[in-house]
Design a protein around this ligand. Structure first.
Ligand code: FUL
Length: 468
């Protein structure tokens, strides 16, 4: 007798490539996190220091308090943060061995106590938040910039020093500004490099991953992409492969989208007189990034005391309240959920969509790329938003869907038909009234809702539907 075993007893769907790595999954789940631009520029008023700034110019009026930054951002609904620890001017916010141009060589008493990577990492762990660092590859201070010595003895060593502040970092941010004029140890002039080769990224990526296995190297590091704007906006159609605002469903590499944006009116660094955007504007930015399959990294610049301002605090608290009032009370688990078609194997029922488990998912059989999911409530519910999540571990698939509601169980009305209901990806949030702006109106009274998947690269796999 032949001892037969089934290769795939649960009829598990095959991947549709590309798929995210484990670290890209963890990064994506961080969703919304802060950016903190603080450093020499905070005291010169510049956005890009030249590299010739005197160490003493870095003069905090109090000891910088990264715990305050992160605590307020947690209130704003964020799960982590990234601190700038070296900007293009080359001034380091920790006592590095790679250069004398660092905070503890300032004559200021608070500067001598400053070590942002140490204090930021400690605060993040204490608050249960994710953390990482922005370290500018371009260094307008270093005499060696443009030579191999800069890469091996300065930049790679600085990355290594930072890795020593915590192996649990989630992202390292390398901006795209590379080369140009600077101080360069007094030589001045302009230096240009080819960022595709100069920084020895494959070596850096391997070395960093050996020490910090969860780090995503952003930008020039090649594990997550810039969405293409700095305004907290990305396109309604967003693939996690390809480049720019929309990505491209045919690209071979998983390169998910991150949107960097400023919460204040002016630059990335603190400048007197600039204002903080109101929480309604920040909420719209959230919908137009996190709600469109990107992550949002939102910048709050610490001031000369090394703290976020009262205005930042006010808007962050209001944003946190809006997020929990508007997107915190999921009505989908109260509904009866059915699907027009379900994958054989017994594991892929529509009830997986509302069981609160991101590892169970509804699916159709291979070759079936359209389906209708219906949610029905005993009593009509007042709703504003629908949130959909694909099981992206097996690839991003959905290319088209529609949402319809009924309040009497008889007449169905398509909602948000002005919105491109195309991609879903890790997360898509659809405002049913079709507007992301100041849009919290009376909502719709809904007895039942239909989500029709109209097109997909392969059988669709959804793990969660939420209704708010
Ligand atoms: C850019 C930099 O040039 C800006 O100063 C800022 O840090 C921004 C987030 O990235 O590439």
């Amino acid at each position: 007798m032949v001892n037969q075993t089934l290769a795939n007893p649960d009829n598990e769907p095959r991947e549709v490539f590309p798929v995210p790595s484990e670290r890209q999954m963890k990064w994506q789940e961080t969703e919304f996190y802060a950016f903190f631009h603080y450093g020499m520029n905070t005291y010169t008023g510049l956005e890009w220091g030249n590299g010739d700034e005197d160490n003493n110019t870095f003069a905090p009026t109090q000891k910088p308090d990264p715990e305050q930054w992160l605590r307020l951002c947690k209130k704003g609904g964020m799960k982590g943060g990234i601190a700038v620890v070296k900007h293009h001017d080359g001034f380091c916010l920790w006592p590095t061995e790679t250069t004398d141009h660092h905070c503890q060589n300032s004559g200021n008493a608070y500067a001598k106590q400053t070590n942002i990577p140490r204090d930021f990492a400690d605060a993040a762990r204490k608050l249960g938040m994710k953390y990482g660092f922005y370290i500018s590859p371009w260094d307008r201070n270093s005499a060696y910039y443009g030579t191999d010595k800069y890469v091996t003895d300065v930049f790679l060593r600085q990355c290594f020093e930072l890795s020593q502040y915590g192996t649990d970092q989630f992202e390292m941010w390398f901006d795209g500004a590379n080369g140009g004029t600077g101080y360069y140890g007094g030589a001045g002039g302009s230096r240009s490099i080819d960022a595709n080769y100069y920084y020895d990224i494959p070596n850096l990526r391997d070395s960093v991953h050996r020490v910090c296995p969860d780090i995503i190297l952003w930008g020039v590091g090649g594990e997550a992409r810039w969405c293409g704007t700095e305004s907290g906006y990305t396109n309604e159609t967003t693939w996690s492969m390809g480049y720019g605002l929309s990505g491209n469903e045919n690209e071979w590499k998983w390169l998910p989208s991150e949107s960097d944006a400023k919460a204040t009116s002016g630059g990335w660094f603190y400048h007197d007189g600039e204002t903080t955007k109101d929480s309604e504007t920040l909420f719209k930015m959230y919908l137009e990034t996190v709600g469109r399959n990107a992550t949002l990294i939102l910048n709050f610049p610490p001031n000369k005391a090394g703290r976020l301002t009262t205005a930042d605090s006010t808007q962050l608290c209001a944003l946190g309240q809006k997020l929990s009032q508007r997107l915190g009370n999921d009505l989908a688990p109260l509904a009866d959920v059915t699907a027009s078609t379900t994958r054989s194997g017994g594991k892929y029922n529509a009830t997986c969509l509302t069981d609160g488990d991101k590892n169970t998912y509804w699916a159709t059989d291979d070759g079936v790329t359209t389906a209708t999911i219906t949610l029905t409530w005993n009593q009509p519910q007042t709703i504003h938003y629908v949130m959909l999540q694909e099981f992206i571990r097996k690839g991003q698939r959905v290319k088209g869907f529609t949402i319809e509601t009924t309040d009497d169980g008889l007449t169905w009305t398509r909602r948000a038909d002005n919105i491109q209901t195309t991609t879903i990806g890790y997360k898509r949030i659809i405002p049913l009234n079709g507007s992301t702006s100041a849009s919290y109106d009376n909502g719709y009274s809904v007895k039942a809702m239909r989500i029709r998947i109209t097109d997909s690269r392969a059988c669709p796999l959804l793990h969660t539907i939420s209704v708010f």
